[in-house]
Ligand binder design. Structure first.
Ligand code: UFG
Length: 350
């Protein structure tokens, strides 16, 4: 059956308690979708659901169900598909720490690839063949030219986390080849940052943040002394690495746009989700300093292994096909990240 109204459409969001997942759940509920979240809370807090409730209000929140389960738990996933008439899946659940993945390749491959295989098999068994996968610009590796379009070649990943994105893309493509009823959208995110403008939801990494923005935010709030800038001798205008940072709310809305577009279709499509603009590490520190009202200290360190010099997206395809484009700029991303961090200095559990 083709559903044309969000209220008739039930979306399973795996990893829906995480950073990008929770923001996507908010956008889905605000658009009137029925949402089922499956998350094992291995890297997320259950408190996020109270925050979602506060943002969307009780009426919309009634359309959200949370099931605490591991996506690799076949019996649990069978039970979810038995209970709910799921139309589409948005698959976020997975381990994502690049450095940790180098130390724990077995855990990363087994969790990320294993859970996707269980999910796809359970979906097939229940006749649900529509999935959005949370992929990454990491599949482009070290680019030959910029900006990156969806036609840019995939290059070898530099760590197991990246390889799992790379391989899961190919696995899902294979499903469409084997069975043309599958409907697969691969969304390649650039660098999601920021937080919900309400200040109620944001990024809450456990331990020392690996990524730039949460680290900068923790310096701003006084939890850490100085930002470590990994290399100032890159071939970029100020010598520091350049990335395409995208506000997490824009990214979340990109999922909703993709969902509306894919409804009733089949095949496999890839979309870049970024802003199309590159920003350097020093520019980020400057923008965050402006947002928090104080010059943030930084120290320059050697380059980090595996980092590319620069990447940013060509987002023409998402604009033309999905009718989506990012609305927020770096200053809004830093403003909202600071709002979240200053209101929740120790995250959800603080
Ligand atoms: N950086 C610092 N100091 C830090 C952290 C990062 O200078 O403490 C620099 C990096 O060298 C890089 C930039 O800030 O130039 C961004 O680094 P992030 O770690 O925030 O993000 P990456 O671009 O390395 O990686 C992110 C995700 C990956 C994903 C990739 C896709 O973390 O999971 O984007 O492009 F694969």
């Amino acid at each position: 059956m083709i559903n044309t109204q969000p209220k008739d459409t039930c979306v399973l969001v795996t990893g829906g308690a995480g950073f990008i997942g929770s923001h996507t759940v908010v956008e889905l509920l605000q658009d009137g979708y029925e949402v089922v979240v499956v998350d094992d809370l291995s890297n997320a807090s259950e408190k996020v659901f109270d925050r979602i409730d506060q943002i969307v209000g009780d009426d919309a929140a009634e359309h959200l169900t949370f099931v605490r389960a591991d996506v690799a738990d076949r019996d649990a996933m069978d039970a979810v598909f038995d209970e709910f008439d799921i139309d589409h899946v948005i698959h976020f659940a997975g381990y994502k720490a690049v450095g940790e993945s180098v130390q724990k390749p077995i855990e990363y491959y087994s969790n990320n690839i294993g859970n996707t295989l269980v999910l796809a098999d359970v979906m097939r068994n229940h006749g649900c063949k529509s999935i959005i996968f949370s992929s990454s610009a990491t599949v482009y590796g070290d680019p030959d030219s910029l900006p990156l379009t969806e036609e840019s070649p995939k290059k070898p990943a530099t760590n197991p986390s990246g390889w799992t994105k790379w391989m899961i893309e190919e696995m899902l493509r294979s499903l469409v080849v084997a069975d043309p009823e599958w409907n697969v959208v691969l969304l390649r995110y650039f660098n999601p940052i920021g937080a919900h403008p309400s200040g109620l939801m944001g990024e809450d990494p456990k331990g020392i943040p690996n990524n730039l923005l949460p680290y900068v935010a923790q310096v701003a709030v006084g939890r850490r002394d100085a930002v470590h800038v990994f290399g100032d001798d890159y071939d970029t205008p100020d010598g520091t690495g350049v990335r395409d940072y995208i506000h997490v709310v824009d990214l979340a809305r990109g999922h909703v746009a993709a969902l509306a577009w894919m409804d009733g279709r089949t095949g496999c499509e890839v979309f870049n989700l970024g802003t199309g603009t590159g920003t350097s590490v020093l520019e980020i520190i400057k923008a965050f300093s402006a947002a928090c009202g104080r010059e943030l200290p930084y120290v320059v360190e050697p380059r980090r292994a595996g980092d590319v010099t620069a990447n940013w997206a060509d987002c023409t395809k998402a604009r033309e096909v999905l009718g989506w484009q990012a609305e927020f700029g770096i200053s809004e991303m830093c403003r909202d990240a600071w709002n979240w961090q200053s209101n929740n200095p120790f995250g959800y559990e603080g």
